[in-house]
Design a protein around this ligand. Sequence first.
Ligand code: CA
Length: 523
Amino acid sequence: MKQRNILPLVGAASALCLPSIAQTQQPNIVYVIPDQLRNCSLHFWDDAPYSAYTRCAADPTITPALDAFAAQSVVLSEAHSTCPVSSPYRGMMLTGMFPERNGVTLNCMNQRPESTLSPDAVCISDVLSQAGYDCAYIGKLHADFPTRNNPQRPGTYVVDGDEVWDAYTPPERRHGFNYWYSYGTYDVHKHPHYWDTEGNRHDIDEWSPKHEVDRAIAYLDNEGGVRDASKPFFMMIAMNPPHAPYRSTEDCMEEDYALYRGKSVSELLVRPNADTTMSKARSAAYYFASVTGVDREFGRLLDALEARGLDGNTIVVFTSDHGETMCSHSLRDPKNSIYRESFNVPFLIRYPGVLQPRVDDLMLSTTDIMPTLLSLAGLGNSIPASVEGRDLAPALRTAGEGERPRSALYIRNLNGRRDSDGMVRGIFPEARGIKTGRYTMEIAIDRKRAVKLIRLFDDANDPYQLSPLDAEANRELTAGLCAELGAELKRSNDIWYRERILEELIPYGDAPQKTETPGNKQP
Ligand code: CA
């Protein structure tokens, strides 16, 4: 399917798409990333021209701000989270490097000391800071090994229990972000906490996305002189909802839950692959309420940009770190699988006067985000040599031009062995997969590195992935997909390529490159 242009905007909104004097200046960048927001939860996918790209029903959500934002943006139908769990996504997005090079191979927590963002990895914020940007991080980071650290009393800690997942990030690990209002990971949505630039902790009794957008607006207004107003800014807002828990109005706003309260499970879970008998099905109303709340807060941020005259020269991205299965395929795990509900993510990007609003099936993978954003901001020459992703800015700027990847790589790592202290050492690279325009294929191995399963779908004819194809009966197709998978594993210098895993099945071509340890690759 080729790109299709959306009709020109009319009325006041059209002004957003006209080139302006401000575009001679370096653009600001705002990157909004709620956690676990699946692409099909954006309601506009039910409407033309978007619906032709997914051939699936959208969730029955109410997302007016994102529907309007989509009409001003390039909307990608085929953006994928390469390793669809929190920390590996964040490592890849920040560095443009694959997990084995940036250090974040597994979700960061206290039993996985090796999985942490390498201090030496060059992040997008390092590059932008060097290029003269003021850089702000607001919300959930979850890319560092949790450290027991009370910044007011260095060397001690005061919150028992939180160090399993949560983390304070000391200044030397902030990678160019000069404004800080963040935490590791903490799932109490109406009682979040944050550590600020100076390391002071703030405990808040408010739904976290609302609080974070308030802080973002205060940053725009430079309350307290927190930013250098002479500089362009790069602001990341990493919301935790609609991430679990989604069990009650303790997790979302009541006004949003009221929109879904009266609907039955079958009215809410409209995808025919959803198992509505799962106990989790009751969560759908709260999950969708969280999506609506995120939509409202995102809309409030867009309004704030417009009211301050900042919308014309600001690149705005709305995406997520991975999706949410929400009972599809009877899965308990909301993420970490190649099924579309988990692997496919929203990716909407608005840059008035530069990007023509449209829906596009351009394949975007997580490592492509950093180089693409730098290039769009006019910093293509500053993309570090350590970046392993592709600059897809030309394809975004002009429909049908530039590099258009044929496929998206999928990675699933599990814990490696445990040492005598119970610490996880290394990874078990359980599954690798490939998504092309038409097909999805995953290959999983057992601990002896033999094939455990080959999962194969014809997404064009089976968009809900209900009817797996038999790999043996479709040898030619499987061989073609294995060739594409081998090429991607080689391009990413993946452990499967380096250690020739299933080389009788996957053609890897020439000899592997020298093995590198996480973080040692020089920029
Ligand atoms: Ca996540």
